[in-house]
Design a protein around this ligand. Structure first.
Ligand code: COA
Length: 159
């Protein structure tokens, strides 16, 4: 199935259902959504995914949120969204793209490394410090943020 992409505009409804799938904190979501650049992914006229980029340091953008509708996960849309986020980051002039995910987010760590990201650090106790509720995934407490990055200066993102 083809995906079409549209940059979020203020007249569009904020895609909270998707945003909150990737991040349980509505305060955090509201904070970066206002500052970020959101791209919506449609399959026909159905909204199936989104990602949010924010510029962090010079020539660096971070994917701060990425999600695929639960009803259509596992069909390759997530991988396509990551690749689209890389293309979009390049278009915005970035030379490095970053992403962070929980130590317990096994599938996400797999997906991002498969798309070319490398682990560059660990923000120890990030989720303990920033989230009130304890998070657990795959039977693993989510405490630390695994930081990943990719040099996109020379990278040719494929479809
Ligand atoms: N178990 C194991 N592997 C799985 C899987 C599962 N349940 N679901 C997908 N995969 C594999 C796929 O086989 C694929 O690998 P491959 O390329 O080797 O075949 C890879 O993971 C990506 O799958 P894809 O179908 O592209 O992912 P998706 O459309 O399900 O989207 C997420 C991935 C993470 C975006 C999606 O699961 C999601 O929105 N999750 C909730 C929000 C979230 O966690 N966001 C990230 C926060 S850091």
């Amino acid at each position: 199935m083809e995906l079409t992409y549209k940059t979020y505009e203020s007249a569009d409804p904020i895609p909270y259902d998707l945003l909150l799938l990737a991040d349980p904190s509505i305060e955090m979501v509201d904070d970066y959504f206002r500052r970020g650049h959101c791209v919506l992914a449609y399959c026909g006229d159905r909204l199936v995914g989104e990602f949010v980029l924010i510029p962090t340091r010079p020539a660096t953008v971070e994917i701060v949120n990425i999600a695929v509708d639960e009803g259509v996960q596992g069909q390759g849309f997530g991988k396509r969204l990551v690749k689209q986020a890389i293309r979009e980051a390049k278009r915005l002039g970035a030379k490095t793209i970053e992403i962070g995910t929980g130590n317990s987010s096994v599938m996400q760590l797999y997906l991002y490394q498969k798309c070319g990201f490398r682990i560059v650090g660990v923000d120890v106790d990030f989720f303990v410090r920033h989230y009130e509720e304890a998070i657990e995934e795959n039977g693993i407490p989510c405490r630390d943020m695994i930081r990943l990055a990719m040099d996109i200066h020379h990278e040719q993102a494929s479809h």
